[in-house]
Design a protein around this ligand. Structure first.
Ligand code: SF4
Length: 228
């Protein structure tokens, strides 16, 4: 018989035993993350990594180098990593300019002094909403917030409630509440939860057609119990 609902720490232990230790595959420095995030479109680990590597190789990623580079060269560097390379190149220049002029050239240091306003400041950058701000604050070790991978908010809802929430906002908020309540407010613990939920949501518990037959937590999953 399934033992429902499983506690989040127990689920994370089972996910780690199956998926292994996880490490972020993106730059954890806030400025570099913003650059990386715009290096691919649609943004994914693969597209952003591809664009980031091309940019690093041909232009560089420091603010000064990005501002000095011709827009056409930036666009060329981003062509192989998705749509709208010229638009993304312009966003990169805007980020570089703002970090130099508004944040003294060190975005992380500036955010670390802002307290609760750090989230607000991050959300003034293009395409950064609460999930992105949470991710940056957590992995830059500015605040141990309960960040949830934006493309995997469905995982905890399915396991514990047998369904995802009605809206994306509710899905994100409910997953965040579960982490806040059960995962210690520590950088390592919250980052581990984020990375394991991301890996699980991308490989098995996908938004459409979850691979329940291969899932290491199916016996503790309300969604799976309902489907039998
Ligand atoms: S059993 Fe299915 S729905 Fe439940 S966590 Fe695993 S993959 Fe997701």
């Amino acid at each position: 018989m399934p033992s429902l609902p499983a506690a989040v720490p127990d689920l994370l232990d089972r996910l780690e035993a199956f998926h292994g230790l996880q490490q972020p595959s993106w730059p954890v420095d806030p400025y570099e993350f913003l650059i990386w995030w715009h290096c691919g479109y649609p943004a994914s680990d693969a597209s952003c990594a591809r664009g980031w590597e091309a940019l690093r190789r041909t232009v560089g990623v420091d603010p000064e180098r990005i501002l000095a580079a011709p827009l056409a060269k930036m666009t060329e560097a981003l062509k192989g990593s998705g749509m709208f390379p010229e638009v993304r190149a312009a966003y990169l220049k805007e980020i570089a300019q703002r970090v130099l002029s508004e944040f003294g050239g060190d975005l992380r240091a500036a955010l670390a002094t802002m307290g609760n306003n750090a989230r607000k400041a991050l959300k003034t950058f293009h395409s950064i909403a609460d999930p992105g701000a949470d991710r940056i604050l957590l992995f830059a070790r500015i605040a141990p917030v309960a960040a949830v991978p934006s493309n995997c908010t469905q995982v905890l809802g399915r396991i514990r409630n047998g369904a995802d929430s009605d809206t994306y906002t509710a899905s994100y908020r409910d997953a965040q509440k579960a982490i806040e309540a059960e995962v210690p407010r520590q950088f390592h613990a919250r980052a581990r939860a984020y990375l394991l939920l991301k890996e699980h949501g991308q490989t098995l518990c996908k938004r459409t057609h979850p691979k329940c037959g291969e899932c290491p937590v199916r016996e503790a999953c309300a969604w799976f119990a309902q489907s039998r």
